[in-house]
Design a protein. Structure first.
Length: 617
């Protein structure tokens, strides 16, 4: 893959920086500001949602005020258990990404692709990362995974890996109204903040330039070497240094200063030249017209070169106004799309603002949680004041020292008070919590269920004698309000699964596929269509089918949810018990057991042996 480096001879060369592309830099700055304005409110709202879900539910101002007033600030986090309940249900009932044939002729092909996707899932820990992505979507509304190719173990073909980016490090084109951003967005930003040392490791060819970085902004002039100041590496005392910090960053040492890296991913129209391959009758693409014409000459007379404008995915990296890299996507040419896959819990695509467009479970429960915390804190405050409600008396009832002691020890059990004869000194009788306070707290408890729609009692077993079918029906009723969340999650997995399928020819060759499948499986695939079973030539043909997108299969979440399968299994079991002939393979299909395919094969072999034995008799 060729990295694009602009040189002084390029028409776009400006100033003294050989990587400076003024048009691209202007485009990045403009679109960054557009995204920053669009996502600013959601970032604030989403971070508050995230904090609330994890238990940070009082603002610093509220805590300071309560501390000054001597009042408690209790947190009874009722949001986290509800999210844990939904998250646990997802993990118990989620199925892996699976490939299924839509036509009988693609059955073996789909089985092979399914095993490869299963291997990628295992190697990359994808199912675990999808689970954490689901959790973050519940917290604040959305979360992102990034697909990368790692060359550590396989330096030639590489392996697919997935990185958890979380909710706050990706901005998608604000005009995108499609759940699949590769369909609806023209550009996207991924961003993070890094030290100079880290940036030098990422872009070693620009280490001298990175050493000059001074201010975390997009000003090229503020972060460039001054004329006649070649030894200045960002320490010029005449330059102001602006350091953006967070609560978790220590910037006391200059080397710890961080700078924002903006990865700008965009769809770029490029000219390509196509020639029809006389043997396969498939179009062959070329970067330049000369190469296309040379190939056309080898195909005989009448073969024309066709020029088309197609879309490619490109990515540029900018730090401190300097473009450090501008390359074609590492996933090209197999995949022309963004490497980011998002899950959105509750999505309203036509809403005008992101804070209404994207929500999680937490958003609607924050006011209820605030009411719960305040009610509990106020009740405790009342109980505390009852224990030391105060005293009222004449000025001379006690000596000054006595009043100080009473103020300090007024609520101590067994307190002895000596007062002046004829003077008044009585304890103020505080009122206890009234019925309104009690009802206020109880109402808050009820509102968690009413607002969230999550009924914990519907997701648990209430009676030991309850049948599996009845339990499945009750659980199905209990999660109805969560259907949209699970549908969005399923869609995310479908998008991701189709991407993985597209990338299989990039990270697998025939020999690597054969290692994954194993000789036992390959030998068991003999059929009328494949009399020799799976061979290296057949696998090469399968990989070519994926490259050419010539297949009739479906990539989605495996089968149905466990609760639905359990309901079907119960119905089939009841029919079998009543004497209706139900094939064992059908019962096995709807049982939640591991290695069901292998067990099914063993049952079929056993039945075949029994039939042969009967014939011999």
């Amino acid at each position: 893959m060729e990295q694009i480096i602009h040189t002084p001879e390029d028409e776009q060369y400006k100033g003294t920086d050989p990587t400076f592309d003024e048009d691209l830099r202007t485009e990045i700055e403009s679109r960054w500001k557009n995204c920053e304005a669009f996502y600013r409110n959601w970032q604030e709202q989403g971070k508050e949602d995230y904090d609330f879900a994890l238990g940070k539910q009082w603002t610093p101002e509220e805590l300071e005020k309560l501390k000054e007033e001597g009042r408690p600030a209790l947190t009874f986090n009722r949001i986290r258990p509800l999210i844990n309940l939904v998250s646990g249900y997802q993990r118990e009932n989620s199925a892996r990404i699976k490939v299924s044939p839509e036509g009988g002729e693609d059955k073996l092909f789909s089985e092979v692709m399914d095993k490869l996707i299963k291997a990628i899932d295992k190697w990359s820990k994808l199912s675990y990362k999808l689970g954490y992505q689901f959790d973050e979507g519940l917290y604040c509304g959305k979360s992102f995974l990034e697909a990368t190719i790692d060359y550590q173990k396989d330096p030639i073909r590489g392996e697919l890996k997935f990185v958890t980016l979380g909710p706050f490090k990706v901005w998608v084109d604000p005009e995108c109204r499609e759940y699949d951003i590769s369909e609806g967005a023209d550009y996207a930003f991924k961003f993070g903040r890094f030290t100079k040392a880290t940036l030098k490791k990422m872009f070693p060819e620009h280490k001298d330039k990175i050493a000059q970085f001074n201010t975390d902004n997009d000003s090229y002039e503020d972060n460039a070497m001054l004329e006649g100041d070649e030894d200045n590496y960002g320490n010029d005392p005449n330059k102001a240094t602006v350091i953006q910090t967070s609560d978790f960053e220590d910037t006391t040492y200059e080397g710890d200063q961080k700078f924002t890296l903006k990865e700008y991913w965009r769809k770029k129209p490029v000219k390509k030249y196509f020639v029809l391959d006389g043997e396969s009758n498939e179009p062959m693409g070329f970067e330049d017209k000369e190469s296309a014409e040379a190939f056309a000459d080898t195909q005989g007379e009448g073969i024309e070169v066709v020029e088309r404008t197609v879309t490619e995915m490109h990515t540029a990296s900018m730090v401190c106004g300097h473009i450090l890299q501008d390359i074609i996507s590492p996933l090209e040419p197999r995949y022309t799309g963004f490497p980011f896959f998002r899950f959105i819990a509750d999505w309203a695509p036509t809403a005008e603002t992101e804070e209404y467009r994207v929500m999680g479970i937490t958003r609607a429960l924050k006011d209820v949680q605030r009411e719960k915390n305040k009610a509990k804190s106020q009740t405790l405050h009342i109980l505390n004041t009852q224990a030391n409600s105060g005293w009222i008396g004449d000025d001379d009832a006690l000596s000054p020292e006595g009043f100080k002691m009473l103020e300090k020890m007024g609520s101590t059990p067994g307190l002895v008070i000596k007062k002046k004869k004829g003077s008044e000194l009585t304890e103020i009788q505080a009122k206890g919590p009234n019925i309104g306070h009690i009802q206020r707290e109880q109402k808050a408890d009820d509102e968690f269920v009413a607002v969230s729609g999550i009924h914990p009692e519907l997701l648990g077993i209430q009676e030991k004698s309850e049948s599996g079918r009845a339990m499945a029906m009750r659980i199905k009723q209990g999660i109805t309000s969560l259907t949209r969340i699970f549908y969005n999650y399923r869609y995310t997995k479908e998008i991701l699964g189709k991407f993985i399928l597209t990338m299989i020819p990039e990270v697998f060759d025939a020999k690597k596929v054969m290692k994954v499948l194993g000789p036992k499986y390959m030998a068991s695939t003999q059929s009328e269509a494949y009399p020799e079973g799976l061979t290296e030539g057949v696998i090469i043909g399968f990989l070519t089918m994926v490259k050419d997108h010539k297949y009739d299969i479906e990539v989605t979440e495996a089968d149905q949810s466990r609760t639905t399968r359990a309901e079907v299994f119960d119905q089939l079991a009841e029919l079998a018990q009543s004497g209706y002939p139900i094939p064992p393979q059908l019962l096995l299909q709807y049982m939640d057991i591991a290695n069901s395919d292998e067990v099914n094969q063993q049952i079929e072999q056993y039945m075949a042996q029994q039939q042969e034995a009967q014939k011999k008799k």
